[in-house]
Ligand binder design. Structure first.
Ligand code: PLP
Length: 463
């Protein structure tokens, strides 16, 4: 499969800059101290000590002038805010879901949805776990089962739709446990943990057909649905002439409900929502949201945030926006790949994922190769990345470590923030660490929090 977008050719950002944020550079000596103080966990670095921040694409977007001006229209009424109705209308128009509940961010929606839809002992099959999604499923008494296609676990496999669900694996689960034991299918678009990999519309249609027969709902983690739609447009027969807007609407129409972290696709700095077509689910969630987030017409968000999301949703569905956004990610990925550095292929939508197992083949997974590599990249040049491997995977409810096949460092590209020259600097920094990779000795975990340990765990260097 050839890369969808070759190294920079005809794309360019469909915007220009009218305000900039100055960056700070630091010395290597400063960075050595800073990362040691942060316990070799890039989440614990003060952002002041970071030069190019690729920690996440979550909430790090640059908003447009239209979004900033929508901020001023925010209706901050506690109940029945005009901004809520504008957000509801945007979600109904562009995604097509019937009922919506705003939440402070994605995990707020995951909490409520899991509590409403999962009975203790039930199973939630999904296309690879996501950290916060799985933890809420488990806290609600459910058990997650990974039913993504096998190709997704192989960083070198060039399958164009590594986010696909293996319907046979699902069928085996249903036959073994009975459909009533399945709480719902947890379907993520552009699967984060697999490297930002899409599912195909064909796979979703098959899944839809299967679940209609067995009376199982599909709950869509639509955090990166527009990026998934871009890959369908570029790769799937019959979709070349369809707009991202049309494809997104079609994806949503084949699912029963959704959770969304608006901090990604929807181009804002905070916010999320839960959506459903099932009135019973809505009714219960609408009641529960007042316990955790706020009244159902603001769900933990200011009116201005809801306004910015409504505008951001529309901007995210623009074909030129996605072409430039994913074009930039692929520009960086191709540059790193052409330096002989192992990355997850095909290159995904929201970042370049370095295969730390191949980058540091001398380090066993218990010495945290991806965590070590993220720390070294920071020391090299002040670029902040994050681990997506054994630390992120955490432990099973019985306390055993998960050992994921993929041990990755994620170079996540914030939307509309960095330039092509920044991409060049990043690629050069990764190459510099690659040259000295044999001298990297790994890390030992010295503090491990109980939940989502990757955020706060600390490490020390193996001497
Ligand atoms: C696929 C996916 N789902 C859910 C979430 C959780 O969203 P939030 O960080 O807004 O709570 C994220 C955030 O990184 C994500 O990438």
């Amino acid at each position: 499969m050839s890369e969808v977008i070759k190294a920079r050719s005809s794309w360019a950002e469909p915007y220009k800059m009218k305000m900039v944020e100055l960056l700070k550079t630091t010395t290597k000596a400063h960075r050595l101290k800073a990362i040691q103080k942060a316990g070799y966990n890039t989440f614990l670095l003060p952002s002041e000590d970071v030069y190019i921040d690729l920690l996440t694409d979550s909430g790090t977007n640059a908003m447009s002038d239209r979004q900033w001006s929508a901020f001023m229209l925010g209706d901050e009424a506690y109940a029945g805010s005009k901004s809520y109705f504008r957000l509801e209308a945007a979600i109904q128009k562009f995604y097509g879901y019937k009922y919506i509940i705003p939440t402070h961010q994605g995990r707020g929606a995951e909490n409520i949805l899991s509590q409403v839809m999962i009975k203790p002992g039930q199973i939630i099959p999904g296309n690879m776990y996501f950290t916060t999604t799985r933890v809420h499923q488990e806290l609600a008494g459910g058990k997650f089962y990974d039913i993504i296609i096998e190709e997704a676990h192989d960083p070198n496999n060039l399958h164009p739709f590594k986010g696909n669900i293996d319907i046979q694996k699902l069928d085996e689960l249903v036959k073994k446990n009975g459909a009533e034991k399945i709480a719902y299918i947890s379907l993520a678009s552009n699967v984060n943990m697999a490297g930002g990999q899409p599912f195909s519309m064909e796979n979703l249609k098959q899944l839809h057909q299967y679940t209609r027969k067995h009376n199982i709902q599909i709950i869509h983690d639509m955090t990166r649905v527009a990026e998934n739609a871009y890959f369908i447009q570029q790769r799937e027969p019959g979709y070349r002439k369809k707009s991202i807007r049309q494809i997104v609407k079609e994806i949503c129409s084949l699912t029963d409900g959704a959770t969304m972290s608006a901090k990604k696709d929807a181009l804002v700095n905070i916010g999320g929502f839960m959506a459903t077509n099932d009135y019973k689910v809505y009714e219960e969630a609408r009641n529960l949201v007042v316990v955790y987030e706020g009244l159902h017409t603001y769900g933990g968000l200011a009116g201005r945030d809801m306004e910015a999301i409504a505008v951001g949703i529309e901007e995210s569905l623009d074909d030129q926006h996605q072409k430039a956004r994913i074009g930039q990610v692929h520009y960086l990925g191709n540059k790193i790949k052409s330096a002989g550095i192992p990355i997850v292929q095909p290159i995904g939508g929201h970042g370049v994922f370095i295969d730390a197992k191949s980058f540091l083949p001398h380090l066993p997974q218990d010495l945290f190769p991806a965590q070590s590599l993220a720390a070294e990249l920071y020391i090299e040049s002040g670029i902040r990345t994050m681990e997506r491997g054994i630390v992120s995977a955490g432990r099973r409810p019985n306390g055993e470590n998960y050992y994921p096949n993929l041990e990755l460092v994620r170079l996540t590209i914030p939307r509309r923030v960095y330039t092509q020259a920044h991409m060049d600097v990043i690629a050069e920094s990764v190459s510099a660490v690659f040259q000295r990779r044999s001298r990297i000795k790994g890390l030992k975990m010295i503090y491990e929090p109980k939940y989502l340990r990757f955020f706060q765990a600390t490490f020390e260097k193996i001497k």
